[in-house]
Design a protein around this ligand. Structure first.
Ligand code: 0X9
Ligand code: ZN
Ligand code: ZN
Length: 305
């Protein structure tokens, strides 16, 4: 059965998408932005009060890397928290009245399913590579942002394989097409990974500072302060290249260069004690503290579109 304080497999998440949307028809609509390599539908939830007029939007995805199970757990938590606190939490009510959240609960569904069925530490997609027995591409090296120039490999057997070309992975193409089609309303791009307790922003493909560096830094500091206020969890905030490592082809840098001014990568708990194998007992505290950071960013975006 589905639960918010456990890890759910893809079949359970897929059923959950339908049931939470049906139970909250006033706030949630769903669509499929395309299918994965293995043919699974990529369900996207739109959360926000239906007003009839165009609203600014925040796009958030989870589950880029298969083994980072806390990430899809957070997207599910976010959707539930949004619909259950709408009408009582004044900040969430304002956010959903004035903007929409596009939430993709699992981006790399094939990889996520494989991490359940065959290899808990799987990271990449599950598409074959011609001329190699190694499977998969690192989807966060597959976007048009200094593609395959640094921190990425052209070897299909590498965990950071950039793919045979930009957007070679159908999942990357489906996401990029959706954001390109909705460029006019998408004001922020949030992508949720684990682990290392960081809030990263462009750039990662270069040490050059983004044009909006000072605003991105001050918003990231506000967001991490809000997060830390709940349980004292310490986060590091900064541009990707200097804060974690230089790595090209990420969706965050791509979205920023497309014109999405607020682009952030979350690296959730922990700092490596459990790493990708974060115990289910930490799902609730991780999600509750992360909500504060997301709401901080969203409120800033709403007030500074
Ligand atoms: O390397 C990554 O893709 C991310 N770290 S992870 O451990 N979850 O794999 C960091 C991504 C930072 N952004 C870019 N490199 N563009
Ligand atoms: Zn990741
Ligand atoms: Zn809560």
């Amino acid at each position: 059965a589905h639960g918010y304080t456990k890890y759910n497999d893809w079949a359970t998440i897929s059923e959950w998408v339908s049931s939470i949307a049906a139970a909250n028809a006033d706030l949630i609509s769903t669509q499929v932005i395309g299918n994965t390599y293995e043919g699974r539908p990529m369900h996207l939830l739109t959360i926000g009060k239906k007003t009839g007029s165009a609203k600014p939007a925040i796009f958030m995805d989870c589950g880029f890397h298969a083994r980072e199970w806390i990430s899809p757990a957070f997207c599910q938590w976010f959707v539930n928290e949004a619909v259950t606190t709408y009408g009582t939490d004044s900040e969430m009510t304002t956010l959903l009245d004035s903007m929409d959240f596009f939430v993709l609960p699992v981006f790399n569904i094939d990889g996520y399913a494989y991490s359940w069925s065959n290899d808990r530490m799987w990271r990449k997609t599950r598409s074959p590579n011609s001329g190699s027995n190694c499977v998969g591409t690192d989807p966060n090296r597959n976007f048009d942002a200094g593609w395959c120039t640094v921190g990425a490999s052209s070897n299909p057997c590498s965990e950071t394989y950039c793919g045979s070309s930009i957007e070679s992975e159908i999942e990357s193409k489906n996401l990029a097409n959706f954001i390109r089609s909705n460029k006019a309303v998408v004001k922020a791009y949030l992508t949720v990974h684990s682990y290392s307790q960081m809030l990263l922003f462009p750039y990662s493909y270069t040490y050059d500072l983004a044009a909006d560096h000072s605003e991105l830094l001050s918003v990231s500091r506000g967001a991490t302060s809000a997060l830390t206020s709940l349980y004292g969890t310490r986060y590091t905030a900064g541009p990707g290249a200097a804060t974690i490592y230089p790595a090209a082809g990420g969706s965050d840098d791509w979205a920023y260069d497309l014109g999405v001014r607020y682009s952030y990568t979350f690296e959730l708990r922990d700092e490596g004690f459990y790493g990708f194998l974060l115990p289910e007992s930490q799902i609730q505290p991780t999600c509750e503290e992360t909500m504060l950071a997301i709401k901080y960013i969203a409120t800033h975006v709403l007030n500074n579109p």
